[in-house]
Design a protein around this ligand. Structure first.
Ligand SMILES: NC(=O)C1=CN([C@@H]2O[C@H](COP(=O)(O)OP(=O)(O)OC[C@H]3O[C@@H](n4cnc5c(N)ncnc54)[C@H](OP(=O)(O)O)[C@@H]3O)[C@@H](O)[C@H]2O)C=CC1
Ligand SMILES: CC(C)(CO)C(=O)C(=O)O
Length: 343
């Protein structure tokens, strides 16, 4: 099995690093020339929670990859969601009848990929690792979380089992017949993390603060309401259980909710990555985030069911304003969101 991993950042770097470390056939592809040059010269360094590992790994730039003509085998897509369409368009000629593309991304990119290359060539993945691109050649793998792969139609196929076996180089990768259950659950959880990115503060600190817990529950409820309308059975993972957060009749069990948030905070405290990828795009890279690509599809689907979703609409608007410099990161953003639930 030959892996081509497109996007050599936090997620692509970690997965490619472990696959290569365990002698799988891997090529890591990116558009960042300095990053690729450094990996070629010094290897890819992954700062784990224990000792760093340095891995020698084949690399190429995207513009070199697209010069090839042989069809690729297993492609792992680990770019931010806003780059999904562009990358798939660029590599379409390298996708044959036996090629599969695995989306290791947040959001619902699987639908986009399947529309472009077919559902039979698309595998879904839910990834809850905590990693950051630090500088050319260096990735921080700051926290271990779940990784699931699943066919979009829920079947447990031989190719899924083969890929799972290879990905064990990374760790305990699991297969699921309900990949969209995980992706929607992560969207609901991710919406809370998105809200934390409106303040220059750690995720654990903000989630620990009881003042914002009702807001976080309401934000994820808006996403989970849409999932419910779509008959998606959302799944629990890593101290996050949507069934505890979401109560269709507004009969919330606050003891259980606080218990779950407290466990989540404890978990986050053990991670080296303290702020979300969205915060990092805004505060460090000063570039557009993938929030529109994650929240707009939820809002569009919610509109079909006449759902209101005032919180995620406002949150999306705030992130857009943060991207364009019209807004600053501060607590007033969370306080403003709170006024939507308690005017
Ligand atoms: N980081 C994390 O802990 C987690 C991330 N995810 C998800 O994983 C996905 C990847 O995120 P992450 O690894 O953090 O992102 P990163 O920004 O760290 O890595 C993405 C890499 O892809 C590169 N890239 C951009 N456009 C292209 C292109 N056209 N062709 C090839 N490479 C390209 C980027 O280069 P450049 O920077 O120059 O644009 C960057 O090096 C996202 O959907 C994210 O939400 C999910 C769970 C956890
Ligand atoms: C917060 C985290 C690491 C959760 O997986 C994430 O999704 C991100 O940073 O984009």
């Amino acid at each position: 099995m030959k892996f081509t991993i497109i996007g050599a950042g936090a997620i692509g770097g970690v997965i490619a690093g472990y696959l290569a470390y365990h002698e799988n056939n891997v090529t890591l592809v990116d558009i960042n020339q300095e990053h690729i040059d450094t990996i070629n010269k010094k290897g890819l360094t992954i700062e784990t929670t224990h000792e760093p590992i340095v891995v020698r790994i084949d690399t190429c730039m995207l513009n070199q990859l697209i010069q090839l003509s042989d069809k690729l085998d297993v492609i792992i897509l680990a770019v931010k969601s806003q780059h999904t369409k562009h990358v798939i368009n660029e590599i379409k000629h390298l996708i044959g009848k036996n090629t599969v593309v695995i989306s290791m991304q947040n959001g619902l990119n699987e639908h986009i990929i399947a529309n472009m290359i077919g559902q039979d060539r698309t595998i879904g993945s839910f990834v809850n690792l905590f990693a950051d691109y630090l500088e050319p050649g260096r990735i921080q793998y700051g926290g271990v979380g779940s990784l699931y792969i699943g066919e979009l139609d829920g079947k447990i196929t031989n190719r899924l089992l083969d890929i799972q076996n290879r990905l064990k180089a990374w760790g305990n990768v699991q297969i699921t017949s309900n990949i969209f259950g995980y992706l929607w659950s992560k969207l609901a959880y991710g919406a809370i993390l998105t809200a934390t990115a409106t303040v220059d503060e750690t995720m654990e600190y903000l989630i620990a603060n009881h003042e914002y817990r009702e807001l976080f529950v309401e934000i994820s409820t808006e996403v989970l309401q849409v999932a419910e309308q779509l008959h998606i059975q959302t799944e629990a993972f890593d101290d996050w259980d949507p069934a505890i957060i979401y109560s269709p009749n507004n009969k919330r069990d606050w003891d259980r909710i606080h218990e779950q948030f407290d466990l989540l905070v404890k978990r986050l405290q053990t991670y080296k990555k303290k702020k979300s990828g969205i915060w990092r795009d805004l505060a460090v890279h000063k570039r557009k985030t993938e929030v529109p690509n994650q929240l707009e599809p939820v809002i569009e689907k919610g509109e079909q069911f006449q759902l209101d979703m005032p919180l995620i609409r406002k949150l999306l608007n705030m992130i857009t304003e943060l991207e364009t410099g019209k807004r600053e990161m501060n607590y007033q953003n969370l306080d403003k969101l709170k006024t939507i639930i308690n005017p």
